[in-house]
Design a protein around this ligand. Structure first.
Ligand code: GLA
Length: 382
């Protein structure tokens, strides 16, 4: 999959008459990390890299899948949907499973999947495939699922078929993306607001570490449990608290001993929500420098208190700190690999990539991959 080049014409050559085609993007997140499953705020946006699905009804009860990128086929039947050993079919099967659980009259279908969201780079290629799948099937069968329902169903698909107890951010960003806007999503009410992203002379640059540590999903689920443990401790004194969203730093100080690891985790989440809200004010007033400082602070929190970074991500953020034309940088997504997101003056992009890559190569013997992204609309039919 390394350096896979998506070819739309090739994908289309597999599309048969009667198939419905949907496209759903990957995402970035400007600030608000590990807050979604704590009912907090996130600030993602959909990008110009997407998963494509073509789906068509069959006369029998088989589910016949083909991945163009992997050149692999997978087949099962409607009454035998379960997590597969291959990973890519699970994103489609998990969605089919949710549709059946919701009582929708899904029949046998064929689907072709392809796309250009890099896998394992922290750009939510899995959510992109899930959202493209549900969107295509919803249109194919003429159901009227709302985007919000689709987000909730694909999140459950990820929980049950990919084993990651993820929050709602990735699916929401993919389904609700809007060109040139970030989405401020309140993960408690599921209400969102769009903010135009005017970065002026600054560019969003991703640097892919090219690493994905195998402990990523177990550590992710563990962080989630630690946050729940914190909520439980706070609830002993404040029974109305439902999630970390309802907890202030004073309440946390009151209820969780400072030397408990749970304290560190929860404190980071509470601070990150505050940082995000203040960061939106920065965007409103066009103060990108202040926004960038908050990205650095987020990284510090993710690396030390939340402990979801790794040496590779830390080095790239350290390199960003050394460059005067980089005004903000942090690891993005779940962590333990994937990308950093950087706010870089357009005149400094080349020099930053060159210097950061040289330092990275010296330390790890690998080149990080720069990925330029544009902010685009969310899921749609194609
Ligand atoms: C992963 C999850 C998201 C979110 C981020 C961290 O991308 O899928 O739900 O929790 O990590 O912010």
């Amino acid at each position: 999959m390394e350096h896979y080049t998506f070819d739309l014409a090739r994908f289309k050559s597999f599309v048969q008459p009667g198939m419905t085609v949907a496209k759903s993007p990957g995402r970035i997140n400007l600030i608000g990390e590990h807050t979604d499953y704590n009912n907090g705020f996130v600030l993602p946006a959909a990008i110009d890299k997407a998963a494509w699905i073509a789906a068509g009804k069959r006369e029998d009860n088989r589910i016949v899948l083909y991945s163009v990128a992997f050149d692999q086929h997978f087949e099962t039947t409607l009454d035998d949907i379960k997590p597969a050993a291959l990973s890519w079919p699970n994103y489609l099967l998990g969605v089919a499973d949710q549709l059946l659980k919701a009582g929708l009259p899904l029949t046998g279908f064929s689907a072709v999947v392809d796309g250009d969201v890099p896998i394992g780079a922290g750009l939510s290629s899995s959510a992109a495939v899930e959202c493209a799948t549900i969107f295509a099937l919803n249109a194919l069968y003429g159901w009227s699922l709302s985007r919000k329902e689709m987000a909730l169903m694909t999140q459950r698909a990820e929980h049950e078929f990919a084993g990651v107890k993820c929050g709602i951010m990735d699916m929401y960003a993919s389904l609700f993306g809007k060109k040139d806007h970030v989405i401020r999503l309140d993960c408690r009410s599921l209400e969102h607001e769009y903010y135009p992203l005017n970065t002026g002379a600054y560019t969003l640059l991703l640097l892919d570490t090219k690493v994905k540590h195998s402990l990523a999903s177990s550590a992710y689920n563990e962080r989630r449990q630690q946050c729940e443990a914190g909520v439980h401790m706070v609830q002993q004194r404040y029974p109305d608290v439902a999630s970390l969203r309802d907890v202030t730093l004073a309440m946390l100080d009151d209820c969780v001993p400072h030397d408990d690891i749970v304290y560190q985790r929860c404190r980071y989440v509470i601070e990150e929500n505050m940082r995000l809200l203040a960061g939106c004010e920065d965007l409103n007033s066009g103060n990108l420098q202040a926004f960038g400082q908050k990205m650095f602070a987020t990284h510090e929190g993710l690396s030390k208190a939340y402990a979801v970074s790794c040496a590779e991500l830390d080095l790239l953020v350290e390199q960003a700190r050394l460059h005067p034309q980089v005004i903000g940088s942090r690891m993005m997504g779940g962590g333990f690999g994937g990308c950093t997101i950087n706010l870089v003056h357009q005149d400094g992009v080349d020099a930053f990539i060159k210097d950061a890559s040289a330092a990275y190569f010296k330390a790890f013997g690998v080149q990080p991959e720069p990925i330029m992204v544009r902010i685009e609309d969310g899921t749609g039919l194609a």
